[in-house]
Design a binder for this molecule. Structure first.
Ligand code: TTP
Ligand code: MN
Ligand code: MN
Ligand code: MN
Length: 370
């Protein structure tokens, strides 16, 4: 038989939290295809197949090399049922199923509408069912009432649909850092989300901010927003008060919902503050750019859980929770880790503590691009 030399083949875990996935994706041609199919299932509210394609994409992202033959996927988890897509792409460079989705009017329209900040799949679906197919049709329809978030989403569409660069994220870090220093000397600020994972570009910039002194974080976010507004930097703010209550935990929520105070912002970023200029600099003589920023403010004793939860990727988080539940009988969310066997919460001050409780080798943030 072919390949009979006994070589130790490292097995790939079915859980993203047991794989190291950097930003270097050697299988983009496959993972892009799987993600289109996953998104289409999501639009059609078929959660099972959606998740299956997301998992398959995530496995391929973790591989050190490109898949060149179907046999290379034989020993991989989560891939068996998607062989057809893989074969198509290997043979023709594209997949019929994917091409069909990409040219589907419903998919195209939902994709377009959900690209607006504040428009989720439900709203997009509603607009589609009313026969709307473009932004101009949606904006001209008298029966459609845009909320404040959607109005801002349309107003700043050009800017916020363009990727945010690392240099832009750094400039925003400096701005927010300066603001919190004027509020309290014991403020803690951490860049999280995709930029913490080492991504060069993102769709927004995510921060955790809190105070060392427990309880003092309660007014922090509102103070920050007030100062940003005073400086003329605030273009939009959706502030959500904290509903955090330790006695309501643990919650079984799979989607990364949490009860911390947070705000979804659009900030005005001056090009002069960005090393190398705004991205992309060409054709932008306005000198500033609207950027999406998320701020979340957990109490300091929840910091490690919030940091882990907000660092992503979403697939990494999903699998960390699934691993905890299925393999360890534990419940993990952005607030806490609960051991169902011992019937107690497990304390953690760092992400490493949480991995240790779970018995998972520590994965660095830049290895969580699952
Ligand atoms: P995102 O900012 O949506 O994604 P990202 O930073 O990984 O990638 P992008 O470059 O596109 O911005 O979310 C970051 C993490 O925050 C993600 O793991 C989920 C988590 N999150 C929560 O835990 N709760 C929330 O309410 C939100 C909005 C996000
Ligand atoms: Mn982000
Ligand atoms: Mn996103
Ligand atoms: Mn975000």
């Amino acid at each position: 038989p072919e390949g009979c030399t006994p070589t130790a083949v490292a097995t790939v875990s079915q859980y993203a939290c047991q794989r190291r996935t950097t930003t270097e994706n050697n299988n983009k041609i496959f993972t892009d295809a799987f993600e289109v199919l996953a998104e289409n299932y999501e639009f059609n509210e078929l959660e099972g197949p959606c998740l299956a394609f997301r998992r398959a994409a995530s496995v391929l992202k973790s591989l050190p090399a490109a898949v060149r033959r179907l046999e290379a996927t034989n020993n991989l988890p989560c891939l068996g049922e998607h062989a057809k897509t893989v074969i198509d792409i290997l043979q023709y460079g594209c997949s019929c199923d994917v091409e069909k989705v990409l040219s589907d009017e419903r998919y195209q329209t939902l994709k377009l509408f959900t690209s607006v900040f504040g428009v989720g799949p439900k709203t997009a679906e509603k607009w589609y069912r009313r026969g709307l197919r473009s932004f101009s049709e949606a904006l001209a329809d008298p029966s459609i009432q845009l909320n404040r978030m959607q109005q801002c989403g349309f107003l700043h569409y050009g800017d916020i649909s363009r990727p945010v660069s690392k240099a832009e994220a750094q400039a925003l870090t400096n701005i927010i850092d300066e603001v919190i220093r004027t509020i309290t000397p014991d403020a803690v600020l951490a860049l999280t989300g995709g930029f913490r994972r080492g991504k060069e570009f993102g769709h927004d910039v995510d921060f955790i901010l809190t105070t060392l002194e427990l309880g003092k974080e309660e007014n922090l976010l509102q103070s920050v927003v007030r100062k940003l507004k005073k400086q003329g930097l605030l273009l939009f703010c959706d502030y959500q008060v904290s509903n955090f209550d330790m006695s309501k935990l643990p919650c079984h929520n799979f989607e990364a919902m949490d009860y911390f105070a947070k705000c979804f912002l659009i900030l005005r970023l001056e090009g002069s503050l960005v090393e190398g200029g705004l991205h992309p600099a060409e054709g932008d003589c306005r000198g500033w750019k609207a950027v999406r920023v998320d701020l979340v403010s957990p109490p300091m004793d929840r910091y490690a859980f919030a940091l882990l939860g907000w660092s992503g990727s979403r697939q990494f988080e999903r699998d960390l929770r699934r691993f905890a539940r299925v393999e360890r009988r534990m419940l993990l969310d952005n607030h806490a880790l609960y051991d169902k066997t011992k019937k107690e919460f497990l304390a953690a001050t760092t992400e490493k503590d949480i991995f240790a409780h779970l018995g998972v080798e520590y994965i660095e943030p830049w290895q969580r691009n699952a």
